[in-house]
Design a protein around this ligand. Structure first.
Ligand code: SAH
Ligand code: SF4
Length: 374
């Protein structure tokens, strides 16, 4: 008796890969498009429900393939309507995705890695260390699942109008899988989102920003968090590899491809660390040549961080300084913090804690550095 091979998860295929897979089985391109619509628009997971496919094809699919998103471990809704899912990605690892409903749009925030290797000082995901890259199916599976869970099909209206890659992980360090997932988000036979409504957030992986611009430009958010290299080296350790001068140049280059004519800079507001008037002035000089908007994020504390959120009045003053310099600046509303769904609070569960000791040592070192007004 021949052993049955593992079924192929069709969520792992971007449009071109699905086309190739179907082609290798003698199926025409339009079959791949039908499949895309069944899987990603109708949210189907059962091949027998795909009634416009020939019975013989349905049987072949049944035998060889599956449609499998990560299993849901928990599902919480916050008092403000924000909804968070904890999803199982195997071997004790879990990731989180968050849906944020607003009057005129619905945004899904998705993860791209289990944990994160960048280890930003203020981020709970970074604090847990890195376990592994998510597969295409695990990334797009978050959107696939949320669409189903939010009942997109019953009402025939698009509940999720925007996607932000701002959950756990650094998307540009899981480049190939992230690009495939982006292609599905943008494809008219799959999710059909406009490039302007898909935002990738990066801590500044400079060479990959150039590749993203060439391969699949979407709206870009860059996590800046500091106006000079000395401070950014500490807050976002990747800065040692790609310092601010290179990062600013990469932002300018990206604008030649970007669907929007500005870069969004994210700046987490940390009490006494990066939030003084001098920091604001230094920031204005830094971004002088980059058309941009600023999104100030009040720091969301987590127990081990040892950091504090800037006072509301400080955030206001900081924001006014940027605005007076002609930079559009918004302060991010904290959503879903009663269910730990706010920025930087996504923790999931990551098994590999081997780097924890190393990190604890770093945070002690940091404790001395933050006192210095860099
Ligand atoms: N790795 C990517 C995307 C995920 S993080 C990046 O760093 O851009 C998404 C955003 O949440 C980033 O701007 C990040 O700096 C911010 N963030 C992380 N931890 C935070 C915290 N504790 N409070 C507020 N914002 C946080
Ligand atoms: Fe990673 Fe982004 Fe968190 Fe930094 S802020 S550790 S890059 S997820």
């Amino acid at each position: 008796m021949s052993a049955r091979t593992e079924p192929t998860n069709l969520l792992d295929f971007d449009p071109a890969a699905l086309m190739a897979w179907c082609g290798a089985r003698g199926e025409k391109a339009f079959r791949a498009r039908q499949l895309l619509r069944w899987i990603h628009q109708a949210g189907a997971s059962d091949f027998q429900a795909m009634t416009d496919l020939a019975k013989s094809l349905r049987e072949k699919l049944e035998h060889e393939a599956c449609i499998q998103a990560p299993a849901v471990l928990s599902d919480h809704t916050s008092a403000d309507g924000t909804r968070k899912w904890l999803l199982d990605v195997g071997q004790g690892n879990a990731i989180e995705s968050v849906f944020i409903p607003e009057a005129n749009r619905g945004t899904l925030c998705i993860s791209t890695q289990a944990g994160c290797a960048v280890n930003c000082r203020f981020c709970s995901t970074g604090h847990q260390g890195f376990n592994r890259n998510l597969s295409v199916g695990e990334i797009i599976g978050q959107l696939w699942w949320a669409n189903r869970a939010l009942g997109a099909n019953e009402k025939d209206e698009r509940v999720i109008s925007n996607v932000v890659l701002m959950g756990m992980g650094e998307p540009l360090l899981n480049y190939d899988h992230t690009i495939s997932a982006l292609r599905l988000m943008l494809d008219d036979h799959a999710y059909g989102l406009s490039r302007r409504r898909v935002t990738l957030s990066t801590s500044g992986v400079v060479p990959m920003m150039d590749r993203l611009g060439a391969d699949c430009p979407v709206a870009l958010a860059v996590s800046l968090h500091a106006p000079n290299d000395a401070l950014r080296d500490v807050l976002v350790p990747l800065n040692k590899k790609y310092p601010l001068r290179e990062l600013m140049a990469a932002c300018q280059r990206y604008l030649a491809f970007a669907p929007r004519d500005f870069i969004t800079f994210e700046y987490v507001m940390l009490d006494g660390v990066n939030d003084s008037d001098d920091h604001a002035r230094e920031l204005i000089a830094l971004v002088r040549d980059v058309p941009c908007k600023f999104n100030l994020i009040p720091f969301n504390p987590f127990p081990e961080s040892g950091l504090h959120r800037s006072a509301a009045a400080r955030i206001k003053t900081f924001s006014l300084l940027l605005q007076d310099a002609g930079i559009v600046t918004t302060v991010r509303k904290t959503r879903g913090d009663d269910i730990d769904a706010a920025c930087g609070q996504l923790a999931g569960e990551v098994q590999d804690r081997t780097r924890l000791q190393q990190r604890l040592e770093q945070s002690t070192k940091f404790g001395r550095i933050v006192g210095v007004n860099a």
